[in-house]
Design a binder for this molecule. Sequence first.
Ligand code: DGL
Length: 261
Amino acid sequence: MGQPVGVFDSGVGGLSVLRAIREELPSEALVYVGDSGNAPYGDKSHDFVQGRASTITGFLIDQRAKAVVVACNTATGIAVELLRSEFPNVPIVAIEPAVKPAASRTKSGVVGVLATAGTLASPNVTKLLNTYGVDVEILTQVGVGLVEQVEKGELTGKRTRSLVEACVRPLIERGADVLVLGCTHYPFLTAEIQAVAGPEVEIIDPATAVARELRRRLAAAGLLAPGGARGAEHFLTTGDRETASPIMSRLWGSPISVERM
Ligand code: DGL
């Protein structure tokens, strides 16, 4: 196997980014780490999230990763500068809430951003909101309980619907016509979010933009895998393998074997 691209998240949510990467870059070998044993990151201390992000990035580089994708908005918000200074020789591509495209697409002038408390409190995201919140109103909302529902694989059902209602409805009632999914777990709840928001509301997930950025960075560094065969995929979890395997298989869209990190 050629050198893989390493991808990590606080848990299973980053698989929404991995799907986009697989689509954009079919020949790349991929290693995914879901830190489900420590999810959610959203309400943990900065030191904790930085420690986890640094340990996992170091692990991926030990696995010969030629680039690392931070598929977690919370880890980006809290730890991306640290990772780039600790690992200066490896391209690090990071996801952040897609506030810029949302600000250009809203017709009502109101954008809703759904994210974790950690993401919304991070200096990077505060800066993003101040930059693009001049001509449009940007409402922020913590998706309380949503990461936990996705970690359990409960993508539908009464409890999930009521948690989605609690965070989406206030944004729609205040006029948002574009919703930014600022947490990589949330794309797995898109059907529920759309059902609550209504068909007119546009939902923006930046996963494809991240996959394209990864392609650009690999190409610029001369690191793109040669085309041809489909790249291998390797899935790891810090949680319980037996629990993670069926959930990760379902989110990935085909049966996968998951190892313990
Ligand atoms: N998927 C992570 C994100 O994008 C979830 C954070 C968490 O674990 O709270 O923010």
